[in-house]
Design a protein around this ligand. Structure first.
Ligand code: TYC
Length: 102
């Protein structure tokens, strides 16, 4: 059932039901202790931003409490959150990084 190649109707119905994968914003949160330069380096290294863009993102987080570093598929976003948190903890900083479905 459901796979008639001689009649395209059923396959077309299946195709119409397919949704694009959910996307996730990876967000940095502000704190009072993580050095600004450390955050800039994190944004450059894990979110592929140049120094100027990384500085703007860091300053937005510092002023507004949070800021978006990028939008990714679920597995990529999860990996970035884990890498950032691992790097920050190893360096002894309380930096927080979360993901939110767009
Ligand atoms: N508020 C921090 C400070 O003044 C800098 C900072 C920016 C920390 C962004 C975290 O996600 C952050 N040193």
């Amino acid at each position: 059932m459901g796979n008639k190649h001689e009649n395209g109707t059923i396959l077309e119905r299946q195709a119409q039901k397919l949704k694009p994968p959910s996307m996730y914003q990876v967000i940095l949160l502000n704190d009072d202790y993580t050095p600004m330069e450390f955050v800039v380096a994190i944004v450059q290294e894990y979110f592929n931003k140049d120094r100027e863009t990384a500085m703007q993102i860091m300053l937005k987080v510092h002023r507004d409490g949070k800021g978006i570093c990028g939008v990714y598929s679920k597995d990529i976003a999860l990996t970035k959150v884990e890498l950032v948190l691992t790097h920050a903890r190893k360096a002894g900083h309380p930096l927080q990084c979360v993901m939110e479905e767009v």
